[in-house]
Design a protein around this ligand. Structure first.
Ligand SMILES: Cc1ncc(COP(=O)(O)O)c(C=O)c1O
Length: 355
């Protein structure tokens, strides 16, 4: 007997990157920060009094919400704290899209979007990114013609790591008649010399909802904490669809400690950027074609006489996990490599040089 709704029966679930728990495994497949969380997080965890768990947590994570608002020079009403970025994505669909309506994306993109659309029961339209991973021409018009109510745009883009300039996003939001969810999961790794100021987007456009996460930049993927930034006309309705207490007290406390130690987080971002440059240069020298990335991963096209799948398997045999996408034609000759510590990157590069 099947009890699920028809769309649930028909859909595929999300397939996360492999999470193998073995001492010698080098995990460069799910874009975690290679450095540990700030020492302030450890201190806050050690000092946490379990007695406080007797009561429910602040429903909107009020202290953290205020700290986030002040970091971005916005009001608390522009901030929604969520249980990981994935929760915000799910809530955005539940809040802004009827099941009879459509979501639109530029492909390839984060594969969870399709899964969430399938689970909701709405349709998803996708447009191919151009050969340099840029948005299709007249993308805003295309979204409107498709009747999209919500569009997801990852910036920097995953899996290529390229950054769409802020002016292009602003122009897109001007044209698009729906909600533009700007997924900035990897924004912390963007070169600080690039003028990219997402707060201004929120002030200028009431249809932009920004996703930020503690998973990557703050080394807290295991905690499941993220937040949305947007106009009150977006955050207000989202607040209605969230779970009553969607984030727990320990996570609120630890995320706050991480946010307050900006110097530590910035230092990890800068180290990742330096290594990104080095790994990119090394791979290019070895005959890989590497897209210049503004993220904490790079997308590398393997040399013509080699197979990406074969390299993925051979690295795995050496306990090195990278991401190979076998579900998208355009990615079949590519590997996505998370930037690790200098030592981890040397291990990857050495292994590649022996294949
Ligand atoms: C593009 C993108 N968006 C959002 C997320 C969600 O991150 P989290 O749920 O860990 O906050 C991820 C995670 O890998 C991602 O790659």
């Amino acid at each position: 007997m099947a009890y699920e709704r028809n769309n649930i029966a028909a859909m595929m679930g999300y397939v996360p990157g492999e999470q193998i728990d073995a001492p010698d495994i080098l995990k460069l497949n799910t874009n975690e920060n290679p450095y540990p969380p700030s020492p302030s997080v450890t201190q806050a965890l050690t000092a946490f009094n379990a007695e406080r768990l007797r009561q429910y947590p602040p429903p909107t994570a009020r202290n953290l919400q205020d700290s986030i608002a002040s970091k971005h020079e916005l009001d608390a009403g522009n901030v929604m704290v969520t249980n990981g970025g994935d929760e915000l994505l799910r809530m955005a669909i539940a809040t802004f899209v009827e099941t009879s309506e459509t979501i639109a994306v530029a492909r390839p993109t984060y594969t969870l979007y399709q899964v969430l659309a399938d689970a909701h029961g709405c349709s998803m339209t996708s447009f191919e990114l151009d050969s340099d991973w840029g948005l299709p021409e007249n993308y805003g018009m295309l979204l409107n013609e498709a009747g999209a109510k919500l569009s997801f745009l990852v910036n920097p883009h995953a899996p290529s790591g390229t950054l769409t300039p802020i002016q292009d996003i602003s122009a897109l939001a001007d044209t698009f008649d729906g909600v533009l969810l700007l997924d900035e999961a990897y924004i912390d790794f963007v070169d600080p010399d690039i003028a990219y100021q997402s707060e201004q987007l929120i002030k200028d456009h009431d249809n932009i909802l920004i996703l930020r996460t503690f998973s990557k930049g703050y080394s807290l993927a295991g905690l499941r904490m993220a937040y949305g930034l947007g106009s009150e006309s977006l955050i207000g309705p989202l607040m209605k669809t969230k779970d009553s207490y969607n984030t727990d007290l320990i996570s609120q406390t630890l995320a706050q400690a991480a946010l307050e130690d900006q110097d530590y987080a910035r230092d990890t971002w800068s180290k990742v950027r330096q290594e990104r440059q080095l790994v990119t240069a090394n791979l290019k020298q070895a005959g890989y074609n590497v897209t210049d990335s503004q993220s904490n991963f790079i997308l590398a096209t393997v040399p013509e006489n080699k197979s990406a799948e074969d390299i993925y398997q051979k690295l795995k045999a050496k306990d090195i996990l990278v991401r190979y996408f076998n579900n998208e034609k355009r990615l079949e000759d590519k590997l996505r490599l998370t930037i690790g510590t200098p030592k981890e990157n040397r291990r990857l590069l050495n292994a590649l040089s022996t294949l």
